[in-house]
Design a protein around this ligand. Structure first.
Ligand SMILES: NC(=O)c1ccc[n+]([C@@H]2O[C@H](COP(=O)([O-])OP(=O)(O)OC[C@H]3O[C@@H](n4cnc5c(N)ncnc54)[C@H](O)[C@@H]3O)[C@@H](O)[C@H]2O)c1
Ligand SMILES: [Zn+2]
Length: 350
């Protein structure tokens, strides 16, 4: 088992390893002490791991209740959070009790948000079961739901007390979700450097425990220096401005990571044409994305992508800040005037 410490607030640990679900109860009890727990999960994860986690908590002497909602991004809404809050209050969960988020990023974001606002805040634990949640969303304390106008528009910063990542849960994950998570891992590698890049370039012999551990270490470092995304944390948006535009154009039918992969490829090619990105780096990352079967281009017209990108929440006044890679391990911010965004997107096309 690997342990990564996240030094934000009073700090918490991320435990990563095979078979951790069966000792989740003891791990939770060691951190939270005696309390009641509501496990929040979705309709796909419930039959796979719900009982195992509930039993583990009960075996550790914690009373554990199960709450589930229908799986899918389309349910990451205020309405679903409302239902979760009602269930928490029916269970008479108090301020000294806790929520356990068991699932992918959708569960983590919603259970985290519910924990942030129920009784003005109760403690929560993340148990990520997708690669994307393991390498990215379960760490760092961003919680959110989608609004009609866009993704993640209402939420709160709320750090978990503990993150337990059982790599065995990846065995039941559809391949497309492994790909989606790998896009975020490759993004992290471009930001972090050679150490991680070498680990993500080998799909045949990928060591997920190692990849997750290194991604979490990097994210912990970024969150420690910039919890509220004022500066450095914005680096994690590499590939996301164009990625979000593609996601929206696809009506959220393309998985998040696939859109980020395309967004990253765009920004690398545009960076290359602008003399920011070293050609070898751009080609290396594109090859890496493709080796995982991830897409690196899209047929959506520049106009459509531009319109959506300009409505992105990362816009500030008359410019958008893009993250560009100079080379592996070295990324920079560049403010692009609104009037030039379309030209930048065009440059990113293959
Ligand atoms: N808070 C953050 O910092 C942050 C960062 C990145 C992404 N996100 C959010 O995360 C969400 C995407 O997360 P995701 O990709 O994990 O999606 P997801 O939670 O929808 O999970 C993908 C699918 O896999 C299923 N699933 C989960 N675990 C499984 C398992 N072990 N075996 C089989 N099926 C399983 C789920 O039920 C779902 O159908 C988005 O809403 C995104 O906005 C948040
Ligand atoms: Zn992302």
């Amino acid at each position: 088992m690997h342990t990564v410490k996240v030094n934000v607030g009073k700090g918490y640990e991320v435990k990563i390893g095979a078979g951790l679900l069966s000792c989740a109860g003891q791990l939770v009890k060691d951190v939270l002490g005696q309390c009641r727990v509501a496990i929040i999960t979705d309709s796909n994860v419930l039959p796979l791991y719900g009982e195992k986690v509930q039993k583990s908590l009960e075996n550790a002497g914690l009373q554990a209740h199960m709450i589930s909602f229908p799986a899918g991004e389309e349910n990451k809404t205020l309405q679903t959070v409302g239902t979760l809050l009602e269930r928490l209050s029916q269970l008479q969960l108090t301020r000294s009790d806790a929520v356990v988020a068991l699932g992918g990023g959708v569960v983590g974001d919603m259970a985290g948000f519910a924990a942030a606002i129920y009784l003005r805040g109760v403690r929560y634990v993340q148990i990520p079961t997708t690669l994307l949640a393991a390498v990215d969303s379960s760490v760092g304390g961003k919680t959110a739901v989608d609004l009609g106008a866009g993704k993640n528009l209402a939420g709160a910063f709320k750090q978990p007390e503990l993150v337990i990542c059982d790599t065995d849960t990846l065995k039941t994950l559809p391949h497309v979700q492994i790909q989606s998570g790998m896009a975020e891992a490759i993004k992290t590698a471009v930001l972090q450097g050679e150490d991680l890049m070498e680990k993500v370039e080998n799909p045949e012999n990928a060591d997920f425990t190692e990849i997750i551990t290194r991604c979490v270490r990097y994210k912990a470092h970024i969150v420690e220096i910039d919890e509220k995304e004022k500066n450095e944390r914005k680096l994690l948006n590499l590939g996301h401005t164009i990625g979000h535009a593609i996601e929206k154009c696809s009506n959220f039918q393309l998985p998040h990571g696939h859109c980020v992969a395309i967004g990253m490829a765009f920004i690398l090619r545009a960076g290359e044409k602008l003399g920011i990105t070293d050609t070898a780096t751009s080609q290396r990352v594109e090859k890496c994305l493709q080796s995982w079967g991830l897409p690196t281009d899209t047929d959506y017209p520049t106009d459509a992508l531009c319109t959506v990108a300009l409505s992105d929440k990362k816009r500030s006044g008359d410019s958008i800040t893009f993250v560009f890679a100079e080379k592996i391990g070295s990324c920079i911010f560049k403010k692009v005037p609104i009037s030039e965004v379309s030209d930048y997107i065009e440059k990113g096309k293959n």
